[in-house]
Design a protein around this ligand. Structure first.
Ligand code: ZN
Length: 269
């Protein structure tokens, strides 16, 4: 970064405190997430969910995953419903994480390890969780031109730093997000997204338009434009398999925008 330049994300909300992942069976999903990620169960007061668990990454009190059970709801598929897509976690080594994913029950490797990103500075592993939800596990190689991503984590798997939204109307959603959260637009391009095509059943090599916004604390919101997908009423979860941005730290409320955000309640430990 050149002297005097504001870091991307400055003045923005963030970092991401926690995301919510909806599951059908809390015991099964918590076991899978803990085995894959090495996260620990943590107390979280003030939550109204009757069946939930907060899983925190080692060495961090942000970037947690709030698993919430909706045992009777129909599962939804990421990138098939407006707002519903994936979460992204920083990792230290993609090959090690891929090997671990292959050994965890109810977790399926769907992509990688492979290089990714416009400047190939990422090495990614994509997995499908117990209810079809998608987790991006991303190693970030040193990227001197941009200082908007998390540092290499101390543990094999670090914190959640990004949520990926699927919307049919990228320009409108980006405008609403920028108005609500602040942040800086750091990309807007068309690119192949192999995992999105796989999950949606689109032809291999399909291009999608995506745009990323940086939030404070090395966090991002990625918006993937997928034309023709369905809507979910604001505040409602589509069903198991969905992940949503639910907590921003410190003390920044998450707006209920009806696309990938659902405010969660959590007091500090
Ligand atoms: Zn809870």
């Amino acid at each position: 970064m050149t002297p005097g330049q504001r870091p991307a994300g400055s003045g923005a909300a963030g970092p991401i405190a926690f995301v919510t992942s909806i599951c059908r069976d809390l015991t099964r999903s918590a076991a899978a997430y803990q085995a894959l990620l090495g996260y620990r169960r943590a107390e979280h007061a003030g939550c109204r969910e009757p069946a939930c668990v907060m899983l925190r990454p080692p060495h961090a009190d942000i970037g947690a995953i709030h698993l919430v059970e909706r045992s009777t709801a129909q599962p939804t598929r990421p990138w098939q419903v407006r707002g519903c897509a994936a979460l992204e976690i920083v990792i230290r080594d993609a090959d090690e994480v891929a090997a671990r994913a292959g050994a965890v029950a109810d977790v399926e490797l769907v992509g990688g390890p492979r290089p990714a990103g416009r400047t190939r500075q990422l090495r990614v592993v994509h997995v499908r969780g117990p209810d079809g939800e998608i987790l991006y596990l991303t190693r970030i190689l040193p990227a001197p031109r941009r200082h908007v991503l998390p540092d290499r984590p101390e543990s094999l798997v670090g914190r959640v730093y990004s949520v990926i939204l699927a919307v049919p109307d990228l320009d409108q959603v980006r405008g609403e997000l920028l108005a609500a959260l602040g942040g800086t637009q750091i990309s807007d391009r068309r690119t192949g997204l192999a995992t999105v095509a796989l999950v949606r059943g689109d032809p291999v090599g399909t291009d999608y338009r995506l745009s990323s916004l940086s939030l404070a604390g090395g966090c991002l919101v990625e918006i993937d434009e997928v034309l023709g997908i369905g809507r979910v009423p604001p505040g409602r979860f589509a069903g198991p398999g969905e992940v949503r941005l639910s907590g921003l730290a410190p003390g920044t409320p998450v707006p209920d925008l009806g696309f990938g955000t659902t405010p969660g309640r959590e007091e500090r430990e």
